[in-house]
Design a protein around this ligand. Sequence first.
Ligand SMILES: [Fe+2]
Ligand SMILES: [Fe+2]
Length: 286
Amino acid sequence: MTRLAILADIHGNLPALEAVLKDMQQFNVDHVVVAGDNINMGPFSVQVMEHIVGFAVMRGNHELYLLDYQTPRAPAHWHDYTQPPWLSATVPAYWRNVIATLPDTLQLRFPGAPSVRVVHGSPRSHWEPMFVITPEDEMLAMLEGVEENIVIAGHTHLPMERQVGRWQVINPGSVGQPLDGNYDACYMLFDSCADGWRATFRRVPYDIKLLMDEFERVGFVEACGVTGRMIVEEFRDARPRISAFNRWRELTYPGQPATMAMADEFMALDNKWDYMLPAFRINMDI
Ligand SMILES: [Fe+2]
Ligand SMILES: [Fe+2]
């Protein structure tokens, strides 16, 4: 039997990663797989890379914010983003080079078990989410051409186990930034057995004050402005604040640049849940 620990979407959250690494010590894990978005959002990108460099690590879309910003590969709408410049300034060249050579997908071939494909978003894009509620025909289009019957994907920050056609699609959830209303770190044990692989989802508490203190210490909100503020809120209440805020802002203040006053107004709304994508409207009693 092979036992893997599958981690995804650590997002520069070192206290959450440390809690997960401690939790997995009790399970005799053979190897660790990290499915992208290792860096960015949280303030500990470099420290996270130092901890995971010996694992099977791949890239997600947030690695591209580091690697592609201000290159011809960057899409035009990144011009106004405040986060990539801060990321560039805080990640030294050594780690940029390490990340520049990471793979974008992994194929796991262990003896006595079916092969497993690991992707970040969908098999065809780091940016494309696969949710529980994504229509079956859309899922099939994303999975077309994938040889392996087992596909592990991150990116949504929501744990999932779903059968689609011949594919078993499994999301381990997010270590650093769960978005289901509970900020406890999420990861997955993955055991090979006679008829395939068995997933066991783990939820690990950690001291989020360590994360919040580091945001303060590095002056994150001062450096990244309204987006920085929403990122902090997103970690704190484990809900997708950035996209919801931008959706509300486009409806309420169309064409106007984001301000801290708008952020305050949004966070005080009783119905701010309404602006989340439906896939994230879960565990609303938390
Ligand atoms: Fe992510
Ligand atoms: Fe992602």
